[in-house]
Design a protein around this ligand. Structure first.
Ligand code: SF4
Length: 173
């Protein structure tokens, strides 16, 4: 189905794409179209701020039926960062963030996909525990996905250079 969307954008433009198809695939290309273009030369292994992760308890917030606080609903079997009785534990959030940063900074610094990667805390958690093998699998999956999206994106633009112009007016929050 994604191939259909790609072909339509190449040959006919966004006007021929259904809203359903847009809802499924548009965000992948929007991410590329709206990517931050940094003209400064960055050394190959220079660390950059971690992308993909939200700011815990700011972007999302999940409260379970026992009143415990979690980063999000997908991580409700992982660390709780406070509760209705005790409030938000900012120290715990800070040390988890720091732990995640130290865990990922070296690998991500060397990775070609670092500016487009969307992996988040969820990528290191399996069945409620930190699992670094899962992280490696997720990295592989993410890099393959970005590679495929980049190929599609460039093929569309080669055939139809104005295909993504309509995205200028779209704001990502
Ligand atoms: S794919 Fe993995 S190593 Fe590469 S930037 Fe994303 S999280 Fe880091």
């Amino acid at each position: 189905m994604k191939k259909d969307w790609v072909e339509k954008l190449k040959n006919k433009g966004i006007g021929k794409v259904s809203l359903f198809e847009r809802s499924l695939f548009e965000k992948d290309f929007l991410r590329l179209y709206k990517r931050k273009v940094d003209t400064k030369r960055v050394k190959e292994d220079e660390p950059i701020p971690i992308a993909g992760v939200c700011i815990p308890m700011k972007s999302k917030f999940f409260v379970d039926v026992h009143g415990k606080f979690y980063i999000c609903e997908k991580l409700n079997d992982f660390k709780s960062f406070g509760s209705l009785n005790t409030g938000i534990n900012y120290d715990k959030i800070y040390s988890f963030y720091e732990y995640y940063y130290n865990l990922t900074v070296r690998e991500c610094g060397k990775c070609w996909a670092k500016r487009l990667c969307q992996l988040c805390f969820l990528s290191i958690v399996r069945e409620g525990k930190v699992d670094l093998e899962k992280r490696m699998e997720e990295c592989e999956r993410m890099r393959n996905k970005i590679k495929e999206d980049l190929v599609d994106y460039m093929e569309i633009l080669e055939k139809n250079p104005k295909a993504f112009d309509y995205m200028k007016g779209i704001t990502i929050s």
